[in-house]
Design a protein around this ligand. Structure first.
Ligand code: ATP
Length: 237
Protein backbone atom coordinates (compact mmCIF):
# COMPACT_ATOMS: atom_id res chain seq x y z
CA UNK A 1 0.00 0.00 0.00
CA UNK A 2 1.31 3.43 -0.91
CA UNK A 3 -0.72 5.58 1.52
CA UNK A 4 -3.31 8.14 0.53
CA UNK A 5 -3.18 10.07 -2.74
CA UNK A 6 -2.13 13.70 -2.47
CA UNK A 7 -4.72 14.62 -5.07
CA UNK A 8 -7.85 12.51 -5.32
CA UNK A 9 -10.48 13.39 -7.91
CA UNK A 10 -13.79 11.55 -8.29
CA UNK A 11 -16.67 12.20 -10.66
CA UNK A 12 -15.49 15.67 -11.58
CA UNK A 13 -17.88 17.43 -13.94
CA UNK A 14 -17.32 20.95 -15.25
CA UNK A 15 -19.13 23.43 -17.47
CA UNK A 16 -18.38 26.49 -19.56
CA UNK A 17 -21.71 28.23 -19.08
CA UNK A 18 -24.32 25.70 -20.27
CA UNK A 19 -21.76 23.65 -22.16
CA UNK A 20 -20.48 20.62 -20.25
CA UNK A 21 -16.76 19.85 -20.76
CA UNK A 22 -15.98 17.22 -18.07
CA UNK A 23 -18.28 14.24 -17.52
CA UNK A 24 -16.92 12.52 -14.43
CA UNK A 25 -13.12 12.62 -14.22
CA UNK A 26 -11.40 10.21 -11.79
CA UNK A 27 -7.72 10.84 -11.09
CA UNK A 28 -5.14 10.20 -8.36
CA UNK A 29 -1.71 11.76 -7.92
CA UNK A 30 0.44 10.25 -5.16
CA UNK A 31 3.03 12.31 -3.28
CA UNK A 32 6.17 12.91 -5.32
CA UNK A 33 4.72 11.31 -8.43
CA UNK A 34 4.78 12.71 -11.97
CA UNK A 35 1.47 12.03 -13.71
CA UNK A 36 0.79 12.83 -17.36
CA UNK A 37 -2.59 13.43 -18.98
CA UNK A 38 -2.64 12.31 -22.59
CA UNK A 39 -5.41 12.84 -25.12
CA UNK A 40 -6.32 14.49 -28.39
CA UNK A 41 -7.02 18.21 -28.73
CA UNK A 42 -10.23 19.35 -27.15
CA UNK A 43 -10.90 16.30 -24.93
CA UNK A 44 -10.69 18.32 -21.70
CA UNK A 45 -7.09 18.17 -20.47
CA UNK A 46 -6.67 21.90 -19.96
CA UNK A 47 -10.19 22.06 -18.56
CA UNK A 48 -9.23 19.43 -15.98
CA UNK A 49 -6.28 21.54 -14.77
CA UNK A 50 -8.40 24.71 -14.71
CA UNK A 51 -11.12 22.91 -12.76
CA UNK A 52 -8.67 21.51 -10.18
CA UNK A 53 -7.18 24.96 -9.65
CA UNK A 54 -10.64 26.56 -9.25
CA UNK A 55 -10.19 28.87 -12.24
CA UNK A 56 -13.19 27.21 -13.85
CA UNK A 57 -15.72 27.49 -11.04
CA UNK A 58 -18.78 25.66 -12.38
CA UNK A 59 -17.94 22.15 -11.19
CA UNK A 60 -19.27 19.21 -9.22
CA UNK A 61 -17.75 16.02 -7.85
CA UNK A 62 -14.93 15.47 -5.37
CA UNK A 63 -11.50 17.11 -5.37
CA UNK A 64 -9.46 16.29 -2.28
CA UNK A 65 -5.97 17.70 -1.85
CA UNK A 66 -3.89 16.53 1.13
CA UNK A 67 -7.13 14.83 2.25
CA UNK A 68 -9.13 18.01 2.39
CA UNK A 69 -11.81 19.14 -0.08
CA UNK A 70 -10.75 22.03 -2.32
CA UNK A 71 -13.84 21.89 -4.54
CA UNK A 72 -15.30 25.12 -3.22
CA UNK A 73 -12.05 27.09 -2.95
CA UNK A 74 -11.10 30.08 -5.11
CA UNK A 75 -7.78 29.77 -6.99
CA UNK A 76 -5.75 31.76 -4.43
CA UNK A 77 -7.05 29.45 -1.67
CA UNK A 78 -6.10 26.41 -3.74
CA UNK A 79 -2.61 27.92 -4.03
CA UNK A 80 -2.53 28.37 -0.24
CA UNK A 81 -3.40 24.70 0.07
CA UNK A 82 -0.23 23.96 -1.94
CA UNK A 83 -1.22 23.56 -5.59
CA UNK A 84 0.39 25.73 -8.29
CA UNK A 85 -0.57 26.11 -11.95
CA UNK A 86 1.58 27.06 -14.95
CA UNK A 87 -0.84 27.78 -17.80
CA UNK A 88 0.04 27.15 -21.44
CA UNK A 89 0.34 30.92 -22.01
CA UNK A 90 2.87 31.01 -19.11
CA UNK A 91 1.70 34.23 -17.44
CA UNK A 92 5.02 35.95 -16.79
CA UNK A 93 5.32 39.75 -16.67
CA UNK A 94 6.88 40.74 -19.99
CA UNK A 95 7.83 44.27 -18.89
CA UNK A 96 9.67 43.07 -15.77
CA UNK A 97 13.12 41.51 -15.67
CA UNK A 98 13.67 37.85 -14.89
CA UNK A 99 14.73 38.69 -11.35
CA UNK A 100 11.76 41.01 -10.79
CA UNK A 101 9.48 38.21 -11.99
CA UNK A 102 11.13 35.89 -9.48
CA UNK A 103 10.93 38.33 -6.58
CA UNK A 104 7.26 39.10 -7.10
CA UNK A 105 5.44 35.90 -6.09
CA UNK A 106 4.82 35.75 -2.34
CA UNK A 107 5.22 32.55 -0.39
CA UNK A 108 1.64 31.28 -0.23
CA UNK A 109 1.92 27.67 0.92
CA UNK A 110 3.62 26.03 3.89
CA UNK A 111 4.96 22.86 2.33
CA UNK A 112 8.55 23.83 3.19
CA UNK A 113 9.34 23.39 -0.53
CA UNK A 114 9.58 27.06 -1.52
CA UNK A 115 12.82 27.78 -3.34
CA UNK A 116 15.13 30.70 -2.62
CA UNK A 117 16.49 32.81 -5.46
CA UNK A 118 19.80 30.94 -5.10
CA UNK A 119 18.12 27.56 -5.41
CA UNK A 120 16.20 28.77 -8.47
CA UNK A 121 19.40 30.00 -10.12
CA UNK A 122 21.18 26.73 -9.37
CA UNK A 123 18.33 24.81 -10.95
CA UNK A 124 18.00 27.20 -13.91
CA UNK A 125 21.46 28.61 -14.81
CA UNK A 126 19.93 30.30 -17.88
CA UNK A 127 17.78 32.43 -15.64
CA UNK A 128 20.82 33.53 -13.66
CA UNK A 129 22.54 34.60 -16.88
CA UNK A 130 19.43 36.45 -18.01
CA UNK A 131 18.43 37.89 -14.66
CA UNK A 132 18.45 41.52 -15.82
CA UNK A 133 16.71 40.83 -19.15
CA UNK A 134 13.07 41.81 -19.54
CA UNK A 135 10.52 39.02 -20.05
CA UNK A 136 10.00 40.17 -23.64
CA UNK A 137 13.61 39.30 -24.53
CA UNK A 138 13.44 35.67 -23.39
CA UNK A 139 13.26 32.68 -25.69
CA UNK A 140 10.24 30.35 -25.43
CA UNK A 141 12.24 27.90 -23.33
CA UNK A 142 13.46 30.61 -20.96
CA UNK A 143 9.90 31.91 -20.58
CA UNK A 144 8.70 28.41 -19.73
CA UNK A 145 11.46 27.99 -17.13
CA UNK A 146 10.69 31.40 -15.64
CA UNK A 147 6.99 30.56 -15.43
CA UNK A 148 7.80 27.34 -13.56
CA UNK A 149 10.42 29.04 -11.38
CA UNK A 150 7.89 31.66 -10.30
CA UNK A 151 5.56 28.94 -9.03
CA UNK A 152 8.42 27.24 -7.17
CA UNK A 153 8.97 30.46 -5.22
CA UNK A 154 5.48 30.16 -3.72
CA UNK A 155 6.09 26.96 -1.76
CA UNK A 156 3.47 24.77 -3.41
CA UNK A 157 3.92 21.01 -3.13
CA UNK A 158 2.17 20.10 -6.38
CA UNK A 159 2.55 21.79 -9.73
CA UNK A 160 0.12 21.58 -12.66
CA UNK A 161 1.85 22.13 -16.00
CA UNK A 162 -0.06 22.67 -19.23
CA UNK A 163 2.02 21.58 -22.23
CA UNK A 164 5.39 22.90 -21.05
CA UNK A 165 7.16 21.70 -24.21
CA UNK A 166 4.75 23.34 -26.65
CA UNK A 167 6.64 25.10 -29.44
CA UNK A 168 10.10 24.42 -27.98
CA UNK A 169 13.14 23.08 -29.84
CA UNK A 170 14.19 19.48 -29.01
CA UNK A 171 17.30 20.54 -27.07
CA UNK A 172 15.16 22.83 -24.89
CA UNK A 173 12.58 20.08 -24.43
CA UNK A 174 15.41 17.98 -22.97
CA UNK A 175 16.27 20.83 -20.60
CA UNK A 176 12.65 20.94 -19.43
CA UNK A 177 12.85 17.19 -18.84
CA UNK A 178 15.98 17.57 -16.68
CA UNK A 179 14.21 20.29 -14.75
CA UNK A 180 11.23 18.02 -14.08
CA UNK A 181 13.64 15.41 -12.73
CA UNK A 182 15.09 18.02 -10.38
CA UNK A 183 11.61 19.09 -9.21
CA UNK A 184 10.78 15.48 -8.49
CA UNK A 185 14.01 15.12 -6.50
CA UNK A 186 12.96 18.23 -4.56
CA UNK A 187 9.82 16.30 -3.56
CA UNK A 188 7.22 18.00 -5.73
CA UNK A 189 4.29 16.17 -7.24
CA UNK A 190 3.69 17.02 -10.88
CA UNK A 191 0.54 16.80 -12.99
CA UNK A 192 1.38 17.39 -16.61
CA UNK A 193 -0.67 17.82 -19.78
CA UNK A 194 1.54 16.81 -22.67
CA UNK A 195 1.17 16.24 -26.41
CA UNK A 196 4.84 15.31 -26.84
CA UNK A 197 4.55 11.58 -26.27
CA UNK A 198 8.30 10.86 -26.20
CA UNK A 199 8.79 13.55 -23.58
CA UNK A 200 5.91 12.17 -21.52
CA UNK A 201 7.23 8.61 -21.79
CA UNK A 202 10.62 9.73 -20.49
CA UNK A 203 9.36 11.86 -17.62
CA UNK A 204 6.20 10.37 -16.10
CA UNK A 205 5.55 7.65 -13.52
CA UNK A 206 1.90 7.25 -14.37
CA UNK A 207 -0.39 8.06 -17.30
CA UNK A 208 -4.04 8.88 -17.78
CA UNK A 209 -5.68 8.86 -21.18
CA UNK A 210 -8.56 11.26 -21.64
CA UNK A 211 -11.35 11.30 -24.20
CA UNK A 212 -14.58 13.33 -24.33
CA UNK A 213 -14.33 14.64 -20.77
CA UNK A 214 -13.52 11.36 -18.98
CA UNK A 215 -10.46 9.21 -18.30
CA UNK A 216 -10.58 6.13 -20.54
CA UNK A 217 -7.37 4.49 -19.31
CA UNK A 218 -4.76 4.74 -16.55
CA UNK A 219 -1.48 2.86 -16.23
CA UNK A 220 2.04 2.97 -14.81
CA UNK A 221 5.09 3.69 -16.98
CA UNK A 222 6.10 0.01 -16.88
CA UNK A 223 2.93 -0.85 -18.83
CA UNK A 224 3.67 1.69 -21.54
CA UNK A 225 5.14 -0.73 -24.13
CA UNK A 226 2.05 -2.96 -23.90
CA UNK A 227 -0.18 0.10 -24.36
CA UNK A 228 1.42 1.39 -27.55
CA UNK A 229 -1.25 0.11 -29.98
CA UNK A 230 -4.17 1.25 -27.87
CA UNK A 231 -2.55 4.66 -27.39
CA UNK A 232 -1.96 5.15 -31.10
CA UNK A 233 -5.69 4.61 -31.60
CA UNK A 234 -6.76 6.78 -28.65
CA UNK A 235 -4.42 9.63 -29.56
CA UNK A 236 -4.98 9.36 -33.29
CA UNK A 237 -1.24 9.10 -33.94
P1 ATP B 1 -6.10 21.33 -26.11
O1 ATP B 1 -4.91 20.45 -26.09
O2 ATP B 1 -6.55 21.73 -27.49
O3 ATP B 1 -6.02 22.46 -25.14
P2 ATP B 1 -7.73 19.98 -24.20
O4 ATP B 1 -7.81 18.51 -24.10
O5 ATP B 1 -6.91 20.69 -23.21
O6 ATP B 1 -7.29 20.36 -25.65
P3 ATP B 1 -9.84 21.72 -23.41
O7 ATP B 1 -9.13 22.94 -23.82
O8 ATP B 1 -9.89 21.37 -21.99
O9 ATP B 1 -9.23 20.49 -24.18
O10 ATP B 1 -11.30 21.77 -24.00
C1 ATP B 1 -12.33 20.82 -23.67
C2 ATP B 1 -13.65 21.26 -24.30
O11 ATP B 1 -14.10 22.48 -23.69
C3 ATP B 1 -13.57 21.53 -25.78
O12 ATP B 1 -14.76 21.04 -26.39
C4 ATP B 1 -13.51 23.03 -25.88
O13 ATP B 1 -14.11 23.48 -27.08
C5 ATP B 1 -14.32 23.47 -24.68
N1 ATP B 1 -13.82 24.76 -24.17
C6 ATP B 1 -12.57 25.05 -23.78
N2 ATP B 1 -12.46 26.31 -23.34
C7 ATP B 1 -13.69 26.84 -23.44
C8 ATP B 1 -14.26 28.13 -23.15
N3 ATP B 1 -13.50 29.11 -22.63
N4 ATP B 1 -15.56 28.30 -23.39
C9 ATP B 1 -16.31 27.31 -23.90
N5 ATP B 1 -15.87 26.09 -24.20
C10 ATP B 1 -14.57 25.85 -23.98
Amino acid sequence: ARGPAQLRVRGLEAWYGESQALYGVDLDVYPGETVTLLGRNGVGKTTTLRSLMGILRKRSGEIDFDQRSILRLAPHRVAHAGMGFVPEERGIFASLTVEENLLLPPKVANSGMEMSLDEIYTLFPNLLERRHSPGTKLSGGEQQMLAIARILRTGVSMILLDEPTEGLAPVIVNRIGEMLTALKAHGLSILLVEQNFRFAARNADHFYVMDHGVMIDSFAVAELPAKREALNTALGV
